[in-house]
Design a protein around this ligand. Structure first.
Ligand code: ADP
Ligand code: ZN
Length: 747
C-alpha cells in the first residue's frame, strides 16, 4: 500500500524556486490529453514562463491550455517548433503538485496527461478576471456644476459610498441613468476600476467555537503540534460522537494562522449541512465547497480562488485533491475508511492514499479521521508509521449503545395482515418501547426500492436488466423497475414476458420501501419516512430531512447508508438493522471489515444525547465474528482476526493486488483479448496472475467483462510488471483495458 511506503521522518517544505525560461528557450508543455510525454514549444519574444505556469499553446488546428513541465529536450529542429501563445494570468502550479501528478500517473499506470486533466478540467472556460467600474464621489465638485434636483438626489445617495455601475446608483437614487452619466461627464463623480469582491471571506481562526473537553483538548494539541513540522500522518481515531470534527478544527485554525491553505476531504454524501454549520460556528464564515453538484461558473471561480489562494479552506469530495492549491499547509481526510474515496472509473485511484502522497510531496501534515479506521491505517499506526491520536469517550458523557443480536432463526418475524414481515418480535417490541417513550427509531437496510427481485409466480422468470448481470429492482413509489448499475428503468410489465401470464409477478425480499410499508401498517400513528440516495436527489432535501428529524416531526426513519454518516439526532435512541448479514456473505476481500465499519457507524447514530441508545441487529448467523465483535464493542478483537486472515493469504496490506479488467461490446473480442494477454504474461517468480475469467458482473452497461487479478508481495511494486505486460500486446481498439491498482471492488 502506498500509505506504508510513505517515509515517516518529517521533511521541511522545500523552497519553491521556479525555473524560468525566456524568449528563444524551449519548454516542455504537458497537455491534459491521454499522452505520456510533454510537447516542446518555443518561448516567443516578450514572454517569460516558469515551470508550473499555465500556458496556451497551438495543437494541430486548435489551441489548448497546458502546464510548463520543464526544459524542452532539444530533439526537434527549432524551425519546426511552434511558439507558446501566451501565459495565463494565474499563479504557477507548485512543484509539489507537479510531482504529485507524476507520482499518481506512475502509481495508477495512467498517462500523465490524463492525470493533469483532473487538475485542469475545471479551469476550462475560465475567463480573465475583469475589473468592474465603481462609482465614487469626486474629491471636489466642479465649481460650475449645475445642480438640479435629480443630480442632488444622486450625490446625496452616493455620499461616502461606492456603487458598482451607474444603473444601480440611478435606481437607488430614483432617477434615470442619464442623470448619473451626466454627473460623471461633468466630473462630479469619479469612476475607478476595481477587482470584483472576493468569493470567499477568510475564516477567522480566533472565532470562538464550542468549548472543548479535556481529552479533546489534548488530542487537538497533539494535532496542532504537528502542523508546522513538515510531513506526518496522524490517525485521529474516536468513537462516533466523540467530537472528532471539533478536534480537527484546531489544527485547521493553526494552519490558517500560518496563512496556509487547508483541504478537508470527505466522502461525497457526508458533506452535510450539519458539517457546514459546525464550520461556520467555529470559523465565522463558509468554506469553499467542491463536489459534483458544484458546476458552471461557481466551479470555475472556485478553481481560480483555490489557485490564487483566496479560498483558504476547501471541503470537498475526492476530486478536490487535484485542485491547484498553491499554498497547501494541511490535509484532513474525514471518514478515512469510507469506500467512497475510491474512484472507480477514468483514473482509478484511492483519494485517501493519494492524499497521503500529496502531503508527502508538499512536506505537510495530514490527518486521517475515523471512528472505524481502515485496517491499512490501523496497521500503519501500530507500526509507528502514523501518529495515533485517540478519543476514547463520547462528548457530554454519552455512553455507547447497548447491542442486541436478534436470532432470526429462533425468533423469526411473524406475518401480519399486510403480508410478509421483516421485523422480528424483539425488534418490534423495542420499537414499541421507543415510541411509547416519545423517542425516535431508525430501521436500517442498505437496499433501495421496494424489493431487490421481482419474479413470476407461475414460471419463475426473473426480471433482469438487459445491459447488466443484475436483477431489476422494483421502486413502488416511483412506479417502475430500475437497474442499480446502469440506471435502466422500465414500467412493471403487465404480463410475464416468459409465460405470458397476467398479474403473476411477486416481490422477493425487502427494500426500504417495503420495510416502511410494514412500519406504517404496524405503527399507524407513527410518522414514517423512507430515505435513500434516490429519495434525496438534492442536498437541500437532505437538509430538510435532517431538520425534520431534529424537530421530531418524524418517528421512524427507514433508511440506507445515506443516513449512517455524520448526522447527529438527539432524539434517536433505537437503531434496528433489518439484515445484518447483508454484505457478510460476499467473497469480497473487505466484506467483513466493511460490514463492521458500516454497522458501527449506523449503531453510532443511537443515543448520542443524554439517553443510552440501543441497537438491534437481526441476523441468521449470530456467531459470526463481525457480529460478535459488534455485540461486545470490541473492535480490536475483530481487527486482530481480520489481520491474521489477510496475513495468512498474503492479501493487502500484507501483499499487493492489481486488477486488470477487459471490456467491450463483443464478447468474443473480449475473450480473445484475454487469451492474448494470458499468453504474454512476463515471467516473474514472485508475481501470480489469476485469470482471465468472466467477471462476476459479466455484463455491465452493455459491456462484456473479463478480469485478471495480479498478486504480488508487499515489498515489490507491481506497476513496472503491469506496464511491461500490457505494453507488449496490441489489442483491438474495440476492447478497453482498465487497470485498478489496490482494487476495492471485485465484481
Ligand atoms: P464525531 O465526528 O466524532 O462523531 P462530531 O464532531 O460530529 O463527532 O461531534 C458530535 C456532536 O457533538 C456535534 O454536534 C458537535 O458539535 C458536538 N460537540 C463536539 N464537541 C463538543 C464539545 N466540546 N462541546 C459541545 N458539543 C460538542
Ligand atoms: Zn443495468
Amino acid at each position: 500500500m502506498i500509505q506504508s511506503s510513505a517515509p515517516s521522518d518529517p521533511t521541511l517544505v522545500p523552497q519553491d524556486i521556479p525555473v524560468s525560461f525566456g524568449p528563444g528557450d524551449r519548454v516542455a508543455v504537458l497537455l491534459p490529453l491521454p499522452v505520456e510525454g510533454a510537447y516542446d514549444y518555443l518561448v516567443p519574444e516578450g514572454v517569460s514562463v516558469a515551470v508550473g505556469d499555465l500556458v496556451e499553446v497551438p495543437l494541430g488546428r486548435r489551441f489548448d491550455v497546458g502546464v510548463v513541465w520543464g526544459a524542452g529536450d532539444g530533439g526537434i529542429d527549432p524551425a519546426k517548433l511552434k511558439e507558446v501563445v501566451h501565459r495565463l494570468d494565474l499563479p504557477c502550479l507548485p512543484k509539489a503538485l507537479l510531482s504529485f501528478i507524476d507520482w499518481v500517473a506512475d502509481y495508477t499506470v495512467q498517462p500523465r496527461g490524463v492525470v493533469l486533466r483532473m487538475t485542469l478540467r475545471s479551469s476550462r472556460g475560465l475567463k480573465p478576471q475583469v475589473s468592474e467600474t465603481h462609482l465614487i464621489q469626486a474629491k471636489d465638485l466642479p465649481p460650475k456644476l449645475k445642480l438640479t434636483d435629480a443630480r442632488r438626489k444622486v450625490l446625496d445617495t452616493l455620499g461616502e459610498r461606492t456603487f458598482v455601475g451607474a444603473g444601480l446608483l440611478a435606481k437607488t437614487a430614483g432617477v434615470s441613468a442619464s442623470v448619473v452619466k451626466g454627473l460623471v461627464d461633468a466630473g462630479a463623480i469619479d469612476t475607478v476600476l476595481a477587482a470584483p469582491p472576493p468569493m470567499f471571506s477568510p475564516p477567522d481562526p480566533d472565532h470562538p467555537g464550542v468549548v472543548l473537553e479535556p481529552d479533546q483538548i489534548s488530542a487537538a494539541d497533539d494535532l496542532v503540534g504537528a502542523v508546522d513540522q513538515g510531513f506526518s500522518v496522524s490517525l485521529l481515531e474516536g468513537v462516533t460522537g466523540s467530537g472528532k470534527t471539533e478536534v480537527y478544527f484546531e489544527p485547521i485554525a493553526a494552519a490558517l494562522k500560518m496563512k496556509r491553505q487547508i483541504l478537508v476531504l470527505v466522502p461525497e454524501i457526508s458533506l452535510t449541512t450539519q458539517w457546514l454549520d459546525r464550520f461556520r460556528n467555529r470559523f465565522g464564515v463558509d468554506p469553499a465547497v467542491w463536489h459534483s453538484d458544484v458546476t458552471g461558473k461557481v466551479r470555475r471561480e472556485t478553481w481560480r480562488a483555490v489557485a490564487t489562494g483566496e479560498a483558504s479552506v476547501v471541503v470537498g469530495a475526492r476530486s478536490a485533491l487535484f485542485l491547484p492549491f498553491t499554498n497547501l499547509g494541511l490535509i484532513v481526510v474525514d471518514e478515512e475508511h469510507d469506500g467512497g474515496f475510491k474512484q472507480e472509473d477514468g483514473v482509478i485511484y484511492h483519494a485517501r492514499d493519494m492524499a497521503v502522497v500529496r502531503a508527502r510531496e508538499g512536506g505537510i501534515p495530514i490527518i486521517l479521521a475515523s471512528a472505524t479506521p481502515s485496517l491499512e491505517s490501523l496497521l500503519n499506526a501500530q507500526a509507528g508509521r502514523y501518529r495515533h491520536v485517540r478519543l476514547e469517550s463520547r462528548v457530554g458523557g454519552a455512553v455507547m449503545p447497548e447491542v442486541t443480536l436478534v436470532n432470526m432463526v429462533r425468533t423469526p418475524p411473524e406475518k401480519g395482515e399486510w403480508g410478509r414481515s421483516w421485523l422480528a418480535p424483539p425488534l418490534v417490541e423495542a420499537v414499541n418501547e421507543t415510541l411509547a417513550a416519545g423517542e425516535q427509531a431508525l430501521l436500517f437496510l442498505n437496499r433501495r426500492g421496494y424489493a431487490p427481485l421481482t419474479l413470476c409466480s407461475t414460471c419463475g422468470h426473473r426480471l433482469h436488466c438487459p445491459s447488466c448481470t443484475a436483477w431489476l429492482v422494483e421502486h413502488r413509489v416511483a412506479k417502475r423497475l430500475q437497474c442499480h448499475h446502469c440506471g435502466f428503468v422500465a414500467p412493471r410489465p403487465e404480463v410475464c414476458p416468459s409465460c405470458g401470464k397476467a398479474e403473476s409477478f411477486v416481490p422477493c425480499g425487502p427494500g426500504i420501501e417495503r420495510v416502511a410499508e410494514e412500519a406504517a401498517a404496524r405503527w399507524p400513528k407513527a410518522r414514517v419516512v423512507a430515505v435513500a440516495s434516490d429519495t434525496l436527489e438534492r442536498p437541500s432535501a437532505m437538509a430538510a430531512l435532517v431538520d425534520a428529524v431534529g424537530r421530531h416531526q418524524i418517528d421512524i426513519i427507514v433508511g440506507t447508508q445515506v443516513l449512517a454518516k455524520g448526522h447527529h439526532f438527539p432524539g434517536l435512541t433505537l437503531v434496528g438493522v433489518v439484515d445484518a448479514d447483508l454484505g457478510l456473505s460476499s467473497w469480497d476481500l473487505r466484506a467483513g471489515e466493511r460490514t463492521h465499519q458500516l454497522l458501527s457507524q449506523v449503531s453510532g447514530r443511537a443515543g448520542r444525547a443524554r439517553k443510552r441508545g440501543r441497537v438491534y441487529l437481526q441476523t441468521h448467523d449470530p456467531n459470526h465474528p463481525v457480529l460478535q465483535a459488534l455485540k461486545v464493542a470490541d473492535a480490536d478483537a475483530f481487527l486482530e482476526a481480520e489481520t491474521d486472515g489477510r496475513q495468512g493469504l498474503g492479501m493487502p496490506p500484507f501483499g499487493r493486488l492489481v486488477a486488470v479488467i477487459l471490456s467491450g461490446t463483443k464478447e468474443d473480442a473480449v475473450r480473445q483479448a484475454g487469451q492474448q494477454l494470458a499468453r504474454a504474461v512476463p515471467a516473474a517468480p514472485d508475481i501470480e496472475v489469476l485469470g482471465p475469467a468472466p467477471a462476476f458482473m459479466a455484463l455491465l452497461r452493455g459491456r462484456h467483462r473479463h478480469r485478471f487479478l495480479v498478486k504480488g508481495p508487499r515489498n515489490r511494486l507491481l506497476q513496472p510488471f503491469i506496464r511491461a505486460w500490457l505494453g507488449s500486446v496490441k489489442l483491438p481498439s474495440s476492447v478497453r483495458i482498465q487497470v485498478d491498482v489496490d482494487p476495492y471492488s471485485f465484481y
